[in-house]
Ligand binder design. Structure first.
Ligand code: NIG
Ligand code: FE
Length: 425
């Protein structure tokens, strides 16, 4: 880490997303719109942390800065927009090949479920990962990580889940660790051994669940290869009972919980909420009871509209109902080869605005501070406030609403991670 101070000046709009008075939890309801914008702003960083935030005028009057100006690297933002580095709280980056045949079949009219039943989908990605050397997986992931920060993301959750044997799931997590060591941002690893039941266990899913609970989870936990355990709890994957079994094993091994839920068909959320998962993701099929239960707790509902877009679905998750009921929502890319091959958070935000009717302000808060909550790293990430990690993205725009407005192109000009420039373009 570089200890030389960094000063950003002349920020046209600094979206601090700082905490709202009296609210120390995730953002809900109208608080999602409060971005704490400072115009003509400056941010001073030291030792990788933010030390002060204010107007450029105030910063230049600061006596410490006056005396130390020569030691400080200064970036003149020339009226551009600076946001907290995005927190992408849901990705599946450890795979070998894109799934182009599935893509073509869907264009011809086949559904995600039909393709999966015919041997495509998640199961068709397994062989590549099982055969691959760890180094190949790490190299591919590192390439993706560089692209991720070039789009303004500085913290990313990354799942295993395309090996589905003890050996290949641990290899995937090791590859994540290896690549993460060469990237300045923060990687939060998740074990998704319960992605689907692999062919070898087709008629004995309980045996596979036991393998996940008794081998994968304890080994990943002992070797500190994962912070979370995820389960794909849905039609064609794991049942709510199996999910509860896996959650119990994860808890016993000191790992935190998250799940893919209600993407293809509804599963009631209440029985899973008693495990206090950090996040439940997708949630296309939630109903009024689910939403009322989510509004009462700190479990984040993570919406991933990239999957709906790429699968060509007409329906999107009910973001407005969730927000209006007071459920805390986050946005993520769900980067994966089957349903959402994008790592662009601005693209996810654009889809949130156009298809889920979230406002640009709500989309930004959901992609920053609530993403940080979904990973339980909100004490360090997701807003620009003194004491937090100095992770920002500089966008070559003059109004923050342009971030979700321009789609299919990258307006992120520079990413700063731990107070150092990571991606200058
Ligand atoms: O989040 N739904 C489960 N998992 C992924 C899809 C994975 C794949 O198709 O490879 C998702 O959409
Ligand atoms: Fe996913």
């Amino acid at each position: 880490m570089n200890n030389s101070p960094l000063l950003l000046t002349n920020v046209g709009q600094l979206l601090t997303v700082r905490s709202v008075l009296g609210n120390s939890g995730p953002r809900r309801g109208t608080d999602l719109k409060n971005l704490g914008i400072i115009h003509n702003a400056a941010v001073l960083c030291l030792g990788g942390k933010i030390v002060s935030v204010g107007t450029t005028k105030e910063a230049l009057r600061d006596p410490w800065l006056k005396n130390n100006r020569k030691k400080v690297s200064e970036i003149d933002c020339a009226g551009k927009v600076v946001v907290p580095g995005f927190v992408d709280s849901h990705t599946h980056p450890v795979f070998v090949s894109p799934r182009l045949v599935d893509f073509e079949k869907r264009i011809e009219g086949a559904s995600y479920e039909t393709i999966a039943e015919a041997g495509g989908g998640i199961r068709s990605s397994l062989e590549g990962v099982r055969r691959a050397e760890k180094q190949l997986l790490a190299d591919k992931f590192l390439f993706v990580l560089r692209d991720i920060s070039a789009h303004g993301t500085t913290t990313v959750e990354t799942k295993s889940g395309y090996g589905l044997t003890v050996e290949s799931e641990l290899k995937s997590l090791e590859a994540i660790r290896e690549a993460a060591g060469h990237w300045p941002g923060t990687v939060v690893p998740t074990l998704l051994g319960a992605h689907v039941v692999p062919k070898e266990f087709q008629n004995c899913s309980q045996k596979y669940v036991e393998l996940v609970c008794k081998e994968m989870i304890p080994q990943a936990a002992r070797r500190k290869l994962a912070r979370f355990v995820d389960v794909f709890c849905d039609k064609g994957a794991f049942t709510a009972t199996e999910t509860a079994q896996i959650f119990t094993a994860a808890e016993r091994n000191g790992l935190r919980l998250r799940a893919h839920l209600s993407q293809l068909a509804r599963t009631p959320v209440q029985p899973l909420l008693r495990f206090n998962p950090a996040s439940l993701d997708h949630m296309d099929h939630v109903n009024g009871d689910d939403i009322a239960a989510l509004a009462k707790c700190d479990t984040i509902t993570t919406l991933v509209p990239g999957a709906n877009y790429f699968l060509g679905l007409k329906e999107y998750p009910p973001a407005r109902k969730l927000i209006e009921a007071g459920a805390p929502v986050a946005l993520a890319t769900d980067y994966n080869p089957g349903t959402s091959p994008t790592l662009s958070m601005p693209m996810a935000m654009s889809l949130a605005c156009t298809h889920m009717k979230m406002s640009p302000e709500e989309a930004i808060a959901a992609a920053t501070i609530n993403g940080a909550w979904a990973l339980r790293v909100a004490d360090r990430k997701g807003s620009i406030e003194p004491g937090k990690d100095a992770d920002f993205a500089v966008f070559a725009v003059h109004d923050y609403r342009e971030i979700p407005y321009w789609f299919g192109m990258n307006r992120c000009e520079m990413t700063v991670i731990n107070g150092e420039v990571a991606n200058p373009h």
